[in-house]
Design a binder for this molecule. Structure first.
Ligand code: 8LQ
Length: 480
């Protein structure tokens, strides 16, 4: 145990020694925090939760209102079981609160001029949500991510290329500042611009990049493009890939396609942007699954209806409580994702609960295409607003040549002359791209191609292998 004791300190608000870095050969960034008995850690977490709830009560009208309505006062939380009674926060509530309290919402707990960084959601379900991040929180996230990436074996000798959009997306910035904090060389390359992937391939080789951060879908695309350029992906020299944003890195078929193409170690990570440090779910071994780094963000896998914590072994939805955030703390943020959790075991090298298959689906109908969250209602809105709409449509998600593709089959009004269809299709596609942040292929079909329903429309057809497998081969203990 050679770690600097001050780094192990459990302080609120968090404060880190920015000069600290473990010796290269050390496995753990903070050995004590990562390997202590889980029950001991939970005592500290409970104390921290009480502090954070008191802090939010004093500083965030959002939380005070919410808990008042539920008849809960922070002082009543004496056990982690008590904490399960605290009502969950839904993303819609955050969005509505921000609309009512521009620009950061009444859950901002610091004076607005202390917000030094802005990230946000892509806003596919309506109003985008802004993340207002104080300098203290930005540094906490950097330190947290450095710690998790250290566990992935990333060191100062690595060159880390960020191959996700460097815009609103917390993912790219979170990976960037984490890699920077641990002393690696960082290369903010981005993704998504026309022709960029071929350039990514060349730059990886030219700069001797060793670690790539991105989404699993993008890695598969990158492999294809490399092949097209006559470069074997395995010859690029990458040794590890860090993924987040969508299922894939913990799904055996996708994972093995990546490892076979690139001959790399693959590390899954990612919870929700709101819950940053989102690497709080992060792998610490080159194998499927993620640990719940409980002293960063306390994760409870919960019953999706009652939101009580489920026993280890069960499947449920993660609920997140940030333990180091001061600007916009999240206290019991509901994910609506699906996972199964296992008890902490010292055999894994860290005494955190484990999600052996990572996050493998969503409870609601939102889906993720090429790293972007897409909500069917956002598509519905665009399609139904188009002049010449024929009354029904279908959203088909499939996987063509390793990339997720989105096809929207739209009935057209027969009064529209056939020759105007290409322009019509183009307009809808353009609008979809703007709203969703991801391309969709629009296919015009004759009116009454699709059945009408007198109840709820079921417009989404998901042909991707993962979801099909979940239907035909549900995991043990899954929700019916
Ligand atoms: N989601 C995110 N990471 C996932 C993973 N590893 N496996 C399965 N699904 C995952 C900034 C980070 O990339 C986290 C992130 O993507 O945050 P977002 O943009 O707020 O999206 C969150 C959603 O992406 C989650 O609820 C999961 O459904 C998915």
């Amino acid at each position: 145990m050679t770690a600097d004791i001050s780094m192990e300190q459990w302080t609120w608000p968090p404060s880190y020694d920015e000069t600290y870095r473990p010796p290269e050969g050390q496995t753990h960034w903070l050995p004590r925090r990562e390997t202590m008995p889980a029950e001991q850690r939970e005592e500290l977490i409970l104390a921290r939760i009480r502090q954070i709830m008191a802090y939010a009560w004093d500083n965030a009208p959002f939380y005070r209102r919410k808990w008042d309505e539920a008849g809960i006062h922070p002082s009543a939380i004496r056990t982690l079981a008590d904490f399960e009674k605290v009502p969950v926060v839904r993303k819609e509530e955050l969005r509505a609160d921000q609309a009512a309290h521009e620009p950061f919402g009444s859950y901002l707990c610091v004076p607005p001029d202390e917000v030094k960084h802005i990230n946000g959601t892509s806003g596919t379900t309506g109003r985008p949500t802004a993340f207002g991040i104080s300098e203290r929180d930005w540094r906490s996230v950097a330190n947290a991510h450095a710690r998790v990436m250290w566990a992935m074996g990333i060191r100062s000798s690595d060159t880390v290329l960020v191959a996700s959009p460097l815009s609103l997306y917390w993912g790219s910035w979170g990976a960037y500042i984490g890699a920077e904090r641990l002393g690696a060389r960082v290369f903010p390359f981005g993704a998504g611009a026309p022709g960029q992937t071929a350039r990514t391939v060349r730059w990886i080789k030219q700069m001797g990049v060793t670690v790539l951060y991105g989404t699993p879908s993008y890695a598969l695309h990158l492999a294809e493009v490399a092949e097209e350029e006559g470069i074997a992906p395995a010859s690029l020299g990458l040794r590890a890939m860090v993924f987040s944003g969508e299922p894939g890195a913990s799904i055996p078929t996708i994972r093995s396609r990546i490892t076979e193409a690139f001959q790399v170690g693959v590390y899954d990570s990612g919870s929700m942007a709101e819950a940053a440090p989102w690497m709080n779910l992060g792998a610490a071994a080159d194998e499927p699954g993620v640990l719940c780094w409980q002293d960063l963000v306390y994760t409870e896998v919960c019953d999706p209806v009652g939101h009580q914590r489920l026993p280890y072994g069960a499947e449920g939805t993660p609920v997140y409580t940030t333990l180091e955030r001061t600007s916009q703390p999240m206290i019991r943020l509901l994910s609506n994702d699906l996972t199964r959790w296992e008890a902490p075991s010292a055999e894994r090298g860290r005494t955190y609960p484990f999600l052996p298959r990572g996050i493998y689906g969503r409870i609601d109908d939102m889906f993720t295409v090429r790293g972007e969250n897409v909500h069917p209602s956002a598509i519905d809105e665009v399609i139904m607003a188009a002049p010449g709409y024929g009354g029904e449509h279908r959203i088909v998600i499939s996987r063509e040549s390793a990339m997720d593709t989105l096809v929207v089959q739209v009935e057209y009004d027969p009064r529209q002359p056939e020759e105007s269809l290409p322009g019509w299709v183009e307009r809808i596609s353009g609008r979809l791209r703007t709203v969703l942040g991801v391309g969709a292929r629009v296919v015009p079909v004759r009116q009454h191609t699709f059945d009408r329903t007198g109840f709820k429309a079921r417009r989404v057809i998901d042909n991707r292998e993962l979801l099909q497998r979940m239907v035909t081969d549900p995991p043990p203990g899954s929700i019916p």
